[in-house]
Design a binder for this molecule. Structure first.
Ligand SMILES: CC(C)(COP(=O)(O)OP(=O)(O)OC[C@H]1O[C@@H](n2cnc3c(N)ncnc32)[C@H](O)[C@@H]1OP(=O)(O)O)[C@@H](O)C(=O)NCCC(=O)NCCS
Length: 203
């Protein structure tokens, strides 16, 4: 019997365009990228990002018929992906992570997702494709967010929640459960400028 192929080695050499940890330093100076991370072509990033072990960034979208397509991922500055974080490339647009986001282990961002500044995804969070997550939103352990949703700024999504397309979310509020429902305001952890914005209707 022959040994099983070391697929992860092929990932590092073939699919990530021959990049190695040394190349990561040259390609993404000013960032701290673990050598086990796999970063596909089409990923651009700013500075100060920490990308932990076994993250996979820019893999083809999980969308039947578009898996072959190496789309783009844009990552801003000072984000931290602790490990085993997966971020798929855009299929129709660009997958984006802005600045100061904190993505914990096993969190996944689908194709074309946009994370605004200061978003926190706890371990195991899944964000479906095309969803937009507003600034200062926090998503609890293992929560799941349906594709093509808009999560406004300053929300808290409870651990284990299932956010469905019927939920009409308001900025600065807490939601939890399966299906997720409104459970209260989230002012306690918001910066003042976001609390003040809630006074203006239409935002
Ligand atoms: C959503 C959350 C912030 C709410 O905390 P809270 O404001 O203190 O709310 P409470 O615990 O008082 O709960 C309020 C109600 O919501 C319910 N609730 C709270 N969190 C819930 C959840 N995740 N799923 C379902 N229901 C939840 C409570 O049972 C309670 O219901 P009741 O009024 O019928 O008794 C918190 O429960 C949570 O999920 N935090 C995230 C934890 C996490 O992922 N940490 C990451 C560690 S790295």
């Amino acid at each position: 019997m022959t040994a099983a192929p070391r697929v992860w080695l092929n990932l590092l050499t073939d699919y990530s365009n021959g990049m190695t940890s040394k190349n990561y330093q040259e390609l993404y100076p000013g960032n701290d990228i673990d050598p086990t991370a796999v970063i596909y072509p089409g990923v651009v990033m700013g500075n100060g990002n920490i990308i932990g072990p076994y993250c996979i960034i820019g893999a083809p979208p999980e969308w039947k018929g578009k898996e072959y397509y190496y789309g783009k991922v844009v990552i801003g500055n000072n984000n931290r992906f602790t490990g085993l974080v997966t971020i798929d490339s855009g299929a129709e647009n660009t997958t984006q992570v802005a600045d100061n986001c904190y993505l914990m282990k096993h969190s996944h961002i689908g194709h074309d997702v946009v994370l605004s500044n200061n978003v926190t995804l706890s371990c195991g969070v899944k964000v479906g494709g095309h969803t937009i997550v507003g600034e200062h939103t926090t998503v609890g352990l293992n929560a799941v967010i349906h594709q093509k949703l808009w999560i406004p700024y300053g929300c808290m999504i409870g651990m284990g929640s299932v956010v469905t397309k019927k939920l009409d979310l308001m900025a600065g509020c807490k939601y939890a459960g399966n299906p997720a429902k409104y459970i209260g305001e989230n002012d306690a952890h918001l910066p003042d400028y976001l609390i003040n914005r809630k006074q203006f209707p239409g935002e």
